[in-house]
Design a protein around this ligand. Structure first.
Ligand code: GUN
Length: 282
């Protein structure tokens, strides 16, 4: 049987519709949610992400504060900049685009953003809240994967979930979110022995490695749900971490690339921004 195609465009549109309702309710209370996107330097990929985020905000009635700083911005200047955004009552969410120029200390920057405004969910307090099972901003990409599973009625409870990748942006929080929903979670990484064998135990396999088409059919159990977080630019265009054509026939459900997890990150960012604005009113 053909697998269910988990369509990120459909799910992100559904998330966006809820976000729009939230924006309308806030407007009735006289509040316009505001998102500050800080980009240090002129990395072209980051510039295009930031431009897309601004368009998203405009479409949904979220005020965006575009802050582009030169590549030679000092740590002290950036600290002061973030402090000003933390204090600005019109700014409910702050995102500092990653990666940053190497002279900047990413840990210091992440910790400088007020946890209440940390719509990326990267602040140690928000990651700690996830670990403790407390409410808080959740990292957008794995939170988007959770929204996709929910939309398609895939309940992680009792599933054997294997995550390939342990990044702070995706792999680590992904596993915690699945654990929170009662999956049995295994993290794999570059030092894992018999990676394919471990992946074959998965009812739910999440690939977040950044290696084009690394996950082939020998990594996938018949009937598994496969979520591909990879976005790799190759000569053949955008491809995921999963060899979609070879793997899809084995799956019960799978995300494509593009049009899978990709659109979810921005949708969850806007959702987090509206939640931050609601929180500021409470
Ligand atoms: N760079 C790539 N993805 C992200 C993200 O979700 N947040 C931030 N701040 N930077 C990123």
């Amino acid at each position: 049987m053909d697998p269910v195609l988990i369509d990120g465009r459909v799910v992100s549109a559904a998330v966006e519709a809820r976000t729009r309702e939230g924006v309308e309710r806030l407007a009735e209370a006289g509040v316009t949610p505001g998102l500050a996107v800080v980009l240090v330097g002129d990395d072209p990929a980051s510039q295009s992400y930031v431009n897309m985020k601004e368009k998203d905000c405009a479409r949904l009635g979220i005020r965006s504060f575009d802050r582009r700083l030169p590549a030679d911005t000092s740590q002290e200047e950036l600290d002061a900049f973030i402090a000003a955004l933390n204090a600005d009552r019109d700014v409910h969410g702050i995102l500092v685009q990653q990666p940053m120029p190497s002279h900047l200390d990413v840990e210091r920057v992440v910790a400088a953003v007020s946890p209440i405004k940390d719509v990326d969910g990267f602040h140690p307090e928000n990651l700690g809240r996830l670990m403790r099972g407390l409410p808080g901003h959740r990292a957008c990409t794995p939170w988007g994967v959770m929204a996709m599973l929910d939309h398609y009625g895939i309940d992680p409870r009792g599933m054997r979930a294997v995550i390939v990748g342990r990044s702070l942006l995706v792999g680590k929080p992904m596993g915690l979110m699945l654990l929170e929903r009662d999956a049995t979670v295994t993290w794999c990484h570059s030092k894992t022995t018999d990676l394919a064998g471990v992946c074959r135990t998965a009812d739910l396999l999440v690939a977040a490695i950044g290696r084009p088409r690394m996950i082939g059919p020998d990594y996938v159990k018949e009937g598994a749900v496969v979520i591909d977080v990879g976005i790799n630019r190759t000569d053949e265009g955008l491809v995921g971490d999963v060899d979609f054509a070879a793997v899809a026939p084995r799956c019960s459900a799978i995300t494509p690339v593009p049009g899978g997890v990709g659109p979810m990150t921005r949708a969850m960012l806007l959702a987090n921004t509206v939640e931050a604005a609601k929180g500021a009113m409470a």
